[in-house]
Design a binder for this molecule. Structure first.
Ligand code: NAG
Ligand code: NAG
Length: 370
């Protein structure tokens, strides 16, 4: 039985009296949101165009992908182009000026790092549409955005499965707000035409994880805050894993030089986002001090027959969040994380090296996956 099935009841329960969630963006118009979505679609469409021109079909076959995968990937690329065209037309029809493509800096150097980054971008796309949904005023736009969101989710599931990751690692996807999305997307954007309208978004200081591998609940990760991070009060710093039911908190233990050690809490799985916050009452634009960092967390699979040696003993310090309701159930059963997804550790060195100082932050954001 999947852990996520057990977690479902708890998560729904929490939705009913959810605490502070990400604040609805104020003064943001539907045109802003469409241009924000278009910014992401430009990025995705460009990413696939570049990748499919950089790497031949034979490169994909040599990397162990099938011909049918390659064909499906081409249709993913066409979907992103269609989203781009659709949003451009919708903006023009609404009398707003659509933003144009930027120049991008993608730290992929081969098929595997390209696909690894593709899964991340699709996941960010899902989280971006989900997080923006509540701010869309016009119901027609909401339906249109929803119809894009479901397709992005299918892309994400397909690519994740192709790379050996769980296609749907948890029952609820994680919404990101505008600034959170911009924080993880901006390292891939080198420069934009000056004629593009400025979007009402800002990037938080980056937050990156030192480990290159997928991690499991109970494992420690080291996070490093990047440029722009000035902690005026590191005594009350916390790590918040963003979920639709609100943050799942974890302790952020100072590890020196802008580094923090965080124990991955229960209740988050798959492509996850962690921010450092001041205080532990909320994780909003008002108190996020760095991040999100993107962390791939292997889902817990329940099994009565497996002997779960990898499962650490429960302690009181584990974050109480969406997953907490299921904890007593978890504790009475044996569990083991699914085998870690094959993350392409081999490429990490070359990717970061080739990106170097030009877009250090890109390597930092993508480093974990590449
Ligand atoms: C494609 O190759 C160019 C030239 O090496 C590189 O700058 C770009 O980042 C690559 N894009 C992708 C998505 O692999
Ligand atoms: C730092 O955090 C502590 C604990 O929340 C709080 O009491 C204190 O006022 C904060 N200091 C500053 C300078 O914000």
């Amino acid at each position: 039985m999947k852990f996520s099935c057990i977690a479902l009841a708890g998560a729904v329960l929490q939705l009913a009296h959810a605490g502070p969630v990400n604040k609805r963006a104020e003064g943001v118009t539907d045109a802003d949101i469409l241009n924000y979505a278009l910014t992401l679609e430009h990025l995705e469409a460009s990413f696939y165009e570049q990748g499919l021109s950089n790497y031949t079909k034979q490169d994909f076959l040599d990397a162990g992908m099938t011909e049918s995968f390659y064909n499906n990937l081409m249709s993913v690329a066409m979907d992103e182009k269609a989203h781009e065209d659709f949003l451009t037309q919708a903006l023009a029809q609404a009398g707003a000026k659509p933003v144009e493509r930027c120049t991008y800096a993608f730290p992929s150097t081969d098929v595997k790092s390209f696909l690894a980054l593709g899964t991340i971008l699709e996941g960010v796309g899902v989280s971006a549409y989900l997080g923006a949904a509540a701010s869309i005023m016009d119901k027609a736009y909401l339906t249109a955005a929803g119809s894009i969101l479901t397709v992005e989710a299918r892309h994400s599931a397909y690519l994740r499965a192709a790379l050996g990751e769980s296609p749907s690692p948890q029952p609820f996807d994680n919404p990101l707000d505008f600034n959170e999305v911009y924080t993880v997307a901006s390292p891939f954007i080198a420069s934009c035409p000056s004629s593009n309208a400025a979007l009402p978004v800002k990037a938080f200081p980056s937050l990156t994880m030192s480990s290159m591998n997928a991690v499991s609940a109970g494992q420690q990760v080291e996070l490093t805050a990047g440029e722009g991070f000035t902690s005026m009060n590191t005594t009350d710093l916390h790590a918040a894993f963003i979920t639709v039911t609100g943050p799942v908190w974890a302790k952020a233990m100072p590890a020196g030089e802008g580094k923090w050690t965080v124990t991955v809490p229960m209740g988050v799985a798959g492509q996850s986002y962690v921010v450092l916050t001041n205080g532990d009452k909320q994780a909003t634009d008002d108190n996020i001090v760095a991040g999100p960092a993107i962390i791939e967390i292997s889902p817990m699979r329940m099994s009565m027959s497996m002997s779960g040696s990898a499962m650490p003993a429960p302690t009181m310090s584990w974050a109480m969040g969406a997953g907490s309701v299921s904890w007593s159930l978890m504790a009475s059963m044996t569990a083991s994380p699914t085998p870690s997804a094959p993350v392409f550790t081999g490429a990490a060195g070359s990717v970061t090296a080739s990106v170097g100082g030009v877009v250090g932050a890109v390597a930092a954001v993508a480093g974990f996956f590449l």
